[in-house]
Design a binder for this molecule. Sequence first.
Ligand SMILES: [Zn+2]
Length: 378
Amino acid sequence: MSSLFADIVGQQLAVSLLTRSLEQGASHAYLFSGPSGVGKGQAASAFAAGLTCADGGCGVCNTCRRVLEGLHPDVDVIAPEGSFIRKEQITEINTHAVYRPYEARAKVYVFLEADSFNAEAANAFLKTLEDPPGHVHFVLVTDHPERLLPTIVSRCQPVMFSAVPVAVVAADLSDRCGLPEADALVLAHVAGGDLAYARELATSESARRQREQLLDLARDIPSAGLMDTQVALDEIMASVEGRSKERAQDLEQELARRLEWAGDARTRSWLTKRHDENVKRQQRRQLTQGLRTVTRVFAGWYRDLALVCVGADRAVLNQDRLEELRALALPGGALRYTQAVTAARKAQERLRYNVDARCAIGDMFRSIKEALTQWPRL
Ligand SMILES: [Zn+2]
């Protein structure tokens, strides 16, 4: 059983609760909450395997494998279409939930970004949540539980995930990716408790390159001219979209491999359809996360400058750039750097609501320049 949650690191409380649920009989609805990048989505898919597998989640059988790959007919993953989870998506679930599972012992619906139900969808969902068919389980996953209707929250068993301590992230990177301890510690700091981002940095050359580019840009943007800013904006958008396409190509190859094993034409067509949905969702997610990375790296850079201003060098995230930060930080600048951090966080918030990405990032550049250029020269 423990192998099912082996990839979930630093979440003993959540994992033991889920393991107990699988052993003693599961509730109909769970709410996974906690910061982004700590493994909630992965845990939801492992838990879904546990709920459907005849052995309670062996992790190796055909059912478990297909659930973990997102290709089991009795496990549905629902994500926002555009900015919201819409009523039509819920109506479809309400219609299908009443039927017996195709082949497993239960049906599981996993909602990613469950805080993005629009009002109509939330009300439609409540009806099923109040009186779910016996064979159905719902797993709601969110970074922002406070945005859900209290009537939905109160009907779910809470499963809380927490930020992963830097030392735990570092140990994971050493174990899993074979990184030397010192490098692992740097990346763990950089990712600030976001295990997914830390692993991405540890394993992907293009992720590391992108981070360097973004840090250079954060450094240069206060003094950049209008043209340079436009070029920078184009570069950022191209790099985020490029990484999202890379991911889609990986998924295409995965599909090709799976189709080799698919027997009849019906299975192949079902696999292809499910796969296409997967690709669309993952591509969208990649894009959202890419944009999040942009605002996060920017916020981290100016936060670091503010920290260096007040002599708190040890709390700096970008430890590998500490010398540069020390040389750049202007004395007495903590407040202005903090304003720049606020601008980056504001952009992050706007992107959540599907504001045009170019526009949100462009505004962020402007606000940062405003905060940092009217500097009294020494
Ligand atoms: Zn199994």
